[in-house]
Write a protein that binds this ligand. Structure first.
Ligand code: AHR
Length: 839
């Protein structure tokens, strides 16, 4: 919701009142074009982003396949395991997951899953309903959709359903409101013995976000039911098998530079069999297999390869397709396929590209035409793998690059980088790649500091190296509690100013993930939040959108004097030793502490209450435990230490079980659970990380390869001296690094110019003061006379919600300016886009 206000009070003419900060833009020095594809949308079916979200299907478990065990996996209790031994929580779904039985009067019957006479070879299960007494529709099978079926008064809903029955039968199909009143209802008569498809249109008499779909058999017989599909007639652009109009519109309003699909980790799968096989995702929906999503639910694949390409066309942007390279997810105990299966995978990818781009005379181009789209689609980018890394990936990149480029030289390919990479990219990171690298994809889920410091990350990237796609990033708290607030949006916007200032190498970006159904918040934060009937953008969505809808033609030099961005010395903490274990069960023993070169027995320095946590010399820390060993208050005097900057902690540790996230987590330099540094050993089964942690935000400052095995004792030693950390594992030095400085945020800017000489200036004021800043448009030939200013501001912790969806949205202002030098008051905690025009 934009509000146009003439707002000259914000303008301070003449001299600079605030001498500290000044922004100077060189209008007459266009540097390089800024890519019109710079800001894209990342799509992955996580958080019910697709099924139960963007994909407009209203029936949950429409083909009765949702309880199928994931391919190639086995179940033990509530967990499933891949062949590689990766363990995931996935309680067995019910046979008729999503469906419920209701009876009234004397009605009786039974409903169950059945595999006799399947609808087709891809849709193996159906629902069998044995009705002994229908009692005028008193035996009912109902579906509540994905946390409610939303209907709107006057709108039409299209049902398609396959039915058969052992003797000629009738069935009532209906929509009912939450109070039990019919919204609309139809009767299907003459149901035959063999499968028959029926299509019915409902018109909603009332609005209800929690409506239910009802099947009421009217004959005492046995029925079989399959592929029960219900769509609003008004999907986005009225496409059949289409997308939810309100969510798709939020994406369209973003004016994305590209759409990435299908992920994310789902590209790789929890094992190779679990990857997305694009051929299973096209054509008649009743012939789509569906698959288990590693994000914890069955996926219909209804929003498949064709629908993705069609959506790109409807958005007017190119597609970015992410391919599997014969490797499953490397966070999930990767499976690497042999060369025979690799060739199959190469063919699978080339077929997908032929489907998107090939002539109608080709095998897959013809299939595309049969599916209603004879013209090739606009598929411009292919990412070779997702979050793959290491020598095997690099060898695979070479193979896929060559195969793709030989057939489709116009495709722009993208290489993955290690998602744990934090230092600026170096060519040595991908040393095994001998084919060209056109673009690299970097991923960052990080704390605030990373993004503020990241505003300058690309300033020093090698201009002769590959272009950059910042493919996934967001300010994230790893306890998953951050749902998206202004504080996060500010840091991300500061980071994005660095994309535009370095648009000669940063050509693509997409914050991730994009969509979340508020009933399945597997991954927070996201850009667009919805339930069955409502949708809103987080502050990050609006911050991103302000950038994506204001891309200049050329970047121009911008200088922020006295920006206020500072690196602050780390606070030493009070020396609390703690253990925090989000996952594994660990025991820590033989704990000794040496301060200023002297060994202190624990009872001399640790509070008795804390000592009581050490049972027979051992601290046991279970999953999600935090054990805090507090030191006595007089310990500073005793050790004649002003703070904790000269001490060594030694201990032995063992993990009784390992759950892949992180194993040992030892806190030092700490002021408690909210603020500390920590050594995390065995994270994701492959790395040891030194990290800082602040109120849920965290960041790495050193990392080294390594894993921890369950049942083995490890010697661990951490020395802190002169603000440097020395960390030893089994007496070997793993790192010696300075304790990182923390960031005090300031003012960040990017500037550009359009062919019509409109200057686009983006300014992020991440401080907690309004700043009256002089702006100088150097080299302007003629004076500038007016600007439109879009501002996103509020309290840093503010979020949008279903109750207050527009609490943090941009406000638009028109401001007259006296020429090419003027002051502007930037509110505290604000993202601002100034479009400065001639009179
Ligand atoms: O965006 C969520 C996940 O984060 C993606 O699936 C994966 O690529 C990354 O690790």
């Amino acid at each position: 919701m934009m509000r146009a206000v003439f707002f000259s009070a914000m303008l301070t003419l003449g001299l600079c009142l605030n001498a500290q900060t000044k922004i100077e833009v060189e209008v007459d020095k266009p540097l390089f074009p800024v890519s019109k594809n710079l800001y894209g949308i990342f799509f992955e079916d996580i958080n019910h982003a697709g099924d139960g979200g963007l994909y407009a299907e209203l029936i949950n478990n429409r083909s009765f396949e949702a309880n199928r065990l994931p391919e190639d996996m086995y179940r033990v209790g509530d967990y499933i395991f891949s062949k590689q031994g990766f363990k995931m929580y996935y309680p067995q779904p019910r046979e008729l997951e999503g469906w419920e039985i209701e009876t009234s009067g004397n009605a009786s019957g039974k409903a169950m899953q059945d595999d006799a006479n399947p609808l087709n070879p891809f849709n193996l299960k159906s629902m069998r309903v044995e009705v002994s007494n229908p009692d005028r529709g008193g035996y009912r099978i109902i579906n509540r959709g994905y946390w409610g079926i939303s209907v709107v008064k006057g709108e039409k809903y299209k049902l398609s359903i396959y039915l058969r029955a052992s003797s000629s039968a009738s069935m009532q199909v209906a929509l009912r409101d939450v109070k039990g009143n019919w919204i609309d209802s139809k009767i299907i008569n003459g149901i035959p013995k063999t499968w028959k498809k029926y299509e019915v249109t409902f018109t909603a008499k009332t609005t209800d976000p929690q409506a239910v779909f009802v099947l009421a058999p009217l004959t005492a017989t046995t029925y079989w039911v399959d592929m029960v599909s219900l769509f609003p007639e008004n999907t986005f652009k009225k496409r059949p098998n289409g997308l939810r109009a309100d969510i798709a519109q939020m994406i369209a309003d973003f004016k994305p530079g590209f759409l990435r699909f299908p992920g994310g980790c789902v590209v790789e799968g929890a094992d190779y069999e679990n990857r997305i096989i694009w051929k299973n995702t096209i054509g008649d929906i009743s012939r789509r297999l569906g698959r288990w999503e590693l994000w914890g639910y069955h996926n219909t694949d209804g929003l498949g390869f064709h629908e993705f390409l069609q959506f790109c066309e409807d958005l007017g942007c190119p597609g970015m397709y992410v391919i599997n390279v014969g490797m499953s997810c490397q966070f999930r105990r990767c499976e690497v396929v042999d060369s025979a299966r690799l060739q199959e995978q190469i063919n699978e990818v080339l077929d997908a590209l032929e489907y998107a781009l090939g002539p109608t005379t080709s095998r897959w181009g013809a299939e595309r035409a049969r599916n209603g789209h004879p013209q090739p689609f606009n598929l411009k980018y292919v990412e070779i793998g997702n979050e793959n890394y290491g020598p095997v990936y690099q060898e695979r990149y070479n193979i896929f690059y060559k195969a793709i480029k030989e057939k489709y030289p116009q495709i722009i390919t993208i290489a993955c980088t290690d998602p744990a990479m934090r230092d600026p990219f170096k060519a040595e990171d991908l040393i095994g790649i001998h084919q060209p690298i056109e673009v690299i994809d970097e991923h960052f889920y990080e704390g605030l500091d990373f993004f503020y410091q990241g505003a300058f990350r690309y300033d020093s990237y090698d201009r002769k190296g590959p272009k950059v796609y910042v493919g996934e990033y967001a300010v994230k708290k790893w306890d998953n509690t951050l749902k998206g607030n202004l504080e996060a949006a500010l840091a991300e916007a500061a980071f994005m100013t660095g994309f535009e200032r370095n648009a000669d190498i940063v050509i693509l970006s997409s914050q991730a993930p994009t969509l979340v159904n508020a009933n399945d918040r597997t991954w927070n934060p996201d850009l667009i939040v919805f339930n069955s009937s409502q949708v809103y953008g987080t502050p990050s969505y609006y911050g991103q959108r302000m950038f994506s809808t204001n891309i200049p033609d050329y970047a121009i030099p911008v200088k922020v004097e006295n920006s206020g961005h500072e690196l602050l010395e780390a606070k030493s903490g009070v020396g609390i030793l703690s253990f925090a274990n989000p996952q594994a069960c660990c025991r820590y023993t033989d704990i000794t502490i040496q301060i200023g070169g002297k060994n202190y027995p624990l009872e001399q320095i640790i509070f008795p209450t804390a000592l009581s946590k050490i049972k027979q010399g051992t601290v046991t820390v279970g999953k999600t435990d935090f054990v805090d060993l507090k030191f006595k208050d007089d310990i500073y005097q005793k050790c004649s230490a002003a703070d904790w900057d000269n001490y060594t902690i030694s201990l032995r540790a063992i993990a009784d079980s390992i759950d892949d996230l992180e194993v040992f987590s030892i806190l030092f330099y700490s002021t408690g659970i909210d603020q500390h540094y920590k050594w995390v050993l065995g994270r994701w089964h492959r790395r040891h990380f030194l990290q800082w942690y602040d109120r849920g935000y965290e960041g790495y400052f050193a990392q080294a390869p390594g894993n921890i095995e369950a049942g083995k004792w490890y010697d661990i030693r951490i020395t802190v001296k002169n603000k440097r950390v020395y960390a030893y594992l089994n007496n070997e030095l793993v790192y010696a690094v300075d304790v990182p400085k923390r960031v005090k945020p300031g003012i960040y800017a990017a500037a550009g110019i359009n062919a019509d000489k409109t200057v686009i200036l983006k300014v992020v004021n991440a401080t907690d003061e309004a700043k009256d800043i002089p702006i100088v448009l150097k080299g302007a030939q003629l004076p500038y006379g007016q600007m439109s200013v879009e501002t996103l501001t509020g309290n840093p912790q503010d979020e949008n919600t279903f109750e207050q969806p527009t609490r943090i949205v941009p406000q638009k202002t028109i401001v007259n300016i006296p020429g090419s030098e003027f002051n502007y008051m930037f509110p505290a905690h604000s993202i601002n886009v100034l479009r400065i025009t001639r009179p």
